[in-house]
Write a protein that binds this ligand. Structure first.
Ligand SMILES: NC(=O)c1ccc[n+]([C@@H]2O[C@H](COP(=O)([O-])OP(=O)(O)OC[C@H]3O[C@@H](n4cnc5c(N)ncnc54)[C@H](O)[C@@H]3O)[C@@H](O)[C@H]2O)c1
Length: 343
């Protein structure tokens, strides 16, 4: 049955992958991308999608109530999936306010529009960072949906606040909501300020690869398409009012990731430079995806080894092309401004 899905942040890394998935695998669904295009969005990311007659793009801020309500009135979406966010922890440490505004207030504007115009589902894309971190010496511990919220950074706090707001709209207004909390994603089109694309890009240019502290912080890596398939499964099979953890049981520490990238690119480990650790740096994230496995029959299908090679090859083929060069310029300017004295 035909549906109209309004995707916010669809010019970003994961939102775009989700739009691609819908256009390919749900041939009678229409996709509306609402994205204000911050520094993290490169318009060339959606070049292909713009050619598709089932895809529409609005360059609009999710905090702009009037504009958002106009879009809802015109497009009558059945489903809203909210990816739009300020998403980089480091930036949240320098500028918390924009994170609170977009990630919390923006989410409330979208849900108010859903209440006014009616909706089958509002899905909030959240993160495992809302659970805080786990100690490195307790590999037996994992985040479940019942793990208490215990945030560390302004970013994760803004996401946790939004999650609470989403659950309050379910309880107070009966808005049919779901939430997914996902581990670290990687794959094509990720903005090169995040670990994997940053390290690939630096290695390609034979520049030093800055690793926080000793590089022992552990993340549970999930290939972006697996994340998007998990969200689609929640839309189609998930129960309203529920939270689903999505993760890959693919735990790796940062140093392993960096060395793996260097090996694949045939570059020396002497490019690694250890820099001062991030303030409040979380030690380990690890998701227990049991609920999503059992209720949604969802399982990641891309192993870390397959995913990292696909990702490196994508960045290799983008090297010297407009998309990557423009994104790198933005990243380098920000790093120069904020990390000039980093040791
Ligand atoms: N990247 C990860 O590893 C990861 C893991 C778990 C959860 N998430 C969540 O997934 C979502 C997408 O993450 P991503 O990595 O694709 O981020 P991203 O930074 O690549 O993309 C975010 C997109 O949101 C848009 N945006 C930002 N503020 C906006 C606003 N006020 N109005 C409209 N659009 C706005 C940006 O222009 C950008 O296109 C975020 O909500 C993030 O918290 C990300």
């Amino acid at each position: 049955m035909s549906k109209t899905v309004l995707v916010t942040g669809g010019t970003g890394f994961i939102g775009n992958c989700f739009c691609k998935l819908l256009l390919t695998e749900r041939p009678d669904w229409n996709v509306i991308n609402v994205d204000v295009c911050t520094y993290a969005a490169n318009i060339h990311t959606i070049d292909e999608e713009l050619k598709n007659e089932r895809y529409k793009f609005y360059k609009v801020d999710i905090r702009d109530r009037e504009a958002i309500f106009d879009i809802f009135e015109k497009e009558c979406p059945n489903i809203v999936v909210n990816f739009a966010a300020e998403s980089h922890v480091d930036r949240s440490i320098f500028d918390p306010e924009s994170f609170l505004n977009t990630n919390i207030i923006g989410t409330s504007v979208l849900m108010d529009a859903c209440r006014k115009f009616g909706i089958e589902r509002f899905h909030q894309v959240s993160t495992d960072e809302v659970y805080g971190d786990l100690p490195l010496d307790r590999p037996d511990l994992f985040f479940t949906e019942e793990t208490p919220l215990h945030t560390s950074s302004p970013y994760s706090t803004s996401k946790a606040s939004a999650d609470l707001l989403v659950l309050s709209y379910f309880r107070t207004y009966n808005l049919p909501v779901t939430i997914s909390r996902c581990s670290n994603n990687y794959g094509p089109y990720q903005f090169p300020e995040k670990l994997i694309p940053l390290m690939i890009s630096k290695a390609l240019k034979d520049e030093p690869l800055p690793v926080y502290g000793e590089g022992l912080n552990v993340r549970d890596w999930l290939y972006v398409e697996d994340h998007c398939r998990g969200i689609l499964a929640i839309l189609e099979k998930g129960r309203v009012g529920e939270i689903y953890n999505l993760g890959g049981h693919n735990e790796r520490n940062n140093l392993y990731i960096v060395k793996r990238i260097l090996k694949e690119l045939n570059k020396p480990e002497s490019l690694i430079t250890h820099v001062a650790d991030r303030h409040g740096h979380d030690q380990r994230y690890a998701i227990d995806p049991h609920k999503a496995n059992v209720e949604l029959n969802w399982d990641p299908t891309t192993t870390f080894e397959e995913g990292i090679v696909k990702t490196i090859n994508w960045y290799l083929s983008s090297y010297g092309q407009n998309w990557l060069e423009e994104c790198l310029k933005t990243t380098e300017e920000w790093m120069k401004k904020n990390y000039n004295n980093r040791k």
